[in-house]
Design a protein around this ligand. Sequence first.
Ligand code: SAM
Length: 178
Amino acid sequence: MTTRQAMTSEFSRLLKPGMRGLDLGAGSGIVAASFAQSGLRTVLGVDRMPDPRLPGVQWIQADLRNGLRTVLGDQDPFDFIVCWDLIQFLSRNYVLEEFLPSLSHYTKPGCLLSVCTFWSNPNPPLGIFIPSYFLARDLEYVFRFWEILTSEEVEIEEPGLDGDNRTWRVTNILARFR
Ligand SMILES: C[S@@+](CC[C@H](N)C(=O)[O-])C[C@H]1O[C@@H](n2cnc3c(N)ncnc32)[C@H](O)[C@@H]1O
């Protein structure tokens, strides 16, 4: 089983029928389709690649560098958001200043968020730092991360939601929005 398959399986366990999800940088759509699972859920995939037309998966073909608000418009908020292996393709400033903070416009209370960079490369090209202001303002908590990923670089600490201003190097996070 690949890491991607293991994560898909683990994350699926957190999902319930009827949920609606967003997959940013959805690529082939296989992960999104797996979450959609025979009509149990709907998933909106966004990628600059064309719609793979998979069951249960809606699609927006767009360049995510244009901003989530431009790409998603007035989409209803989601129950879960995955963003796997995408952000290393975006600029660090954009990711931190715009992309990640703007996610909160599209989250239902309790929305699950999974952001990952790089599956196998131990030195991802963008080691991402998520400022605590983002964590504190928008996220209820961040899980330390899944054991299946312990072979990869995971340096997140407890999120410190009391407003301390440390930053954390993160390659994989699983969080829940307020
Ligand atoms: C490594 S693949 C990951 C695909 C999928 N998330 C997965 O885990 O299987 C990265 C994806 O990000 C998409 N991508 C990269 N830059 C993008 C951009 N600026 N706007 C939209 N999609 C982008 C690529 O088209 C590609 O499908």
